[in-house]
Design a protein around this ligand. Structure first.
Ligand code: KG4
Ligand code: ZN
Length: 331
């Protein structure tokens, strides 16, 4: 089943993406990150839909060309149907339906979060469940147990902000750019991560949920008590300490989940998994415990369509014409 050639489309947020996937390999993985949102300091849904509409056709063509493929070589189309910005999702779903329908191809509807996890199969084609997986992105922080049949069950999730959201909001408070995760990582590079003691929530026993709103408030109060000059002088240390608190929460919960589930394989995925400090910490901790760890390369961690194609490899697509009434969902 894995040797189908899949054309995948992802438009759930502000990246317009298309990829060609085959045999757990990405033959192409085109990502157009919309720059229109920078001036607003956050993603504007209506602007995102419009930009997807303008770009998607070209992005799909480029993905086929870079894979050395033509539409006639495609066996199946895959598309993100949820969760995400509804208008943005609809552009991708309509395009995928059109392409699949024109050639009577099957269409696989893919859950974006399952896509993030499936990126690990592209990184390590030999990876097989069972494993525990943590997805940390701008909108979600979710822990899953992935079973032998690749079925996913929820182990825990954030009770308030997502990890990426916490990084984005923290970066904003510190006057760093958008998206905040990469900006914070850069600002933190030369900082002392032990200078400030930011809280890590829900550290107790068997709790596999996350909470990041207290951390955000704690940074707010900290900088309220400082002059602008002080904040600027302390910026690397504030950034490093804040980033450390987010990393600490993610690392400790993923390790705890592995322990509780008696899992020997761990997957860390989602945009936040592109973070260099998080990657290094996790590799170190897993090595110490002789656990197998798969973290997709940074480009496969942030939103992309190859991961959507990878998720489709292990799903049953809808045959033509059963997907014509397929709809997108925001949650
Ligand atoms: O998965 P993703 O690309 O989109 C969503 O599905 O949300 O994740 C985006 C999130 C943003 O919050 C961004 O700040 C964060 O991932 N991110 C990072 C890094 N690169 C992206 N966070 C920390 N370090 C990074 N290098
Ligand atoms: Zn995502």
């Amino acid at each position: 089943r894995d040797s189908r050639t899949i054309l995948a489309i992802e438009t759930s947020c502000d990246d317009t993406c298309a990829a060609v996937v085959r045999d757990r390999r990405a033959l192409s993985n085109v990502i157009h990150t919309q720059q229109e949102h920078r001036r607003y300091g956050g993603v504007v849904p209506e602007v995102a839909s419009r930009a997807h509409l303008e770009r998607l056709d070209g992005v799909v063509r480029t993905a086929l060309r870079e894979a050395g493929a033509e539409l006639g070589d495609v066996d199946e189309v895959a598309v993100t149907v949820r969760p995400g910005l509804i208008g943005a999702l609809l552009v991708g779903v309509a395009a995928a339906k059109g392409i699949a329908c024109a050639r009577r191809l099957p269409l696989a509807p893919v859950n974006h979060l399952e896509g993030h996890v499936a990126a690990a199969y592209l990184e390590d084609p030999g990876l097989e469940p069972p494993f525990v997986a943590l997805v940390a992105s701008g909108g979600h922080t979710v822990l899953y147990a992935v079973g032998k049949d690749r079925g996913m069950s929820l182990l825990g999730q954030t009770l308030d902000d997502a990890a990426g959201e916490a990084l984005d909001k923290g970066a904003r408070m510190l006057g760093l750019g958008f998206p905040g995760g990469p900006a914070l990582q850069k600002a933190a590079a030369e900082g002392d991560d032990a200078r400030y003691d930011f809280p890590v929530a829900l550290r107790d026993g068997k709790n596999l949920n996350f909470s990041f709103s207290g951390l955000k408030t704690s940074l707010l109060y900290k900088i309220r008590g400082m002059s602008g000059e002080e904040v600027r002088a302390e910026l690397p240390h504030l950034a490093a300490s804040y980033q450390r608190a987010v990393v600490e929460a993610l690392v400790s919960k993923l390790l705890r989940a592995a322990e509780l589930r008696d899992a020997s394989t761990l997957v860390m995925a989602g945009g936040v998994a592109a973070n260099a400090v998080l990657r290094e910490r996790l590799h170190k901790e897993c090595k110490k415990r002789s656990l197998k760890l798969v973290i997709p390369s940074p480009r496969l961690c942030t939103d992309n369509a190859a991961m959507i194609g990878a998720a489709a490899l292990s799903a049953e697509p809808l045959p033509y014409p059963h997907y014509l009434s397929l709809n997108a969902r925001s949650v």
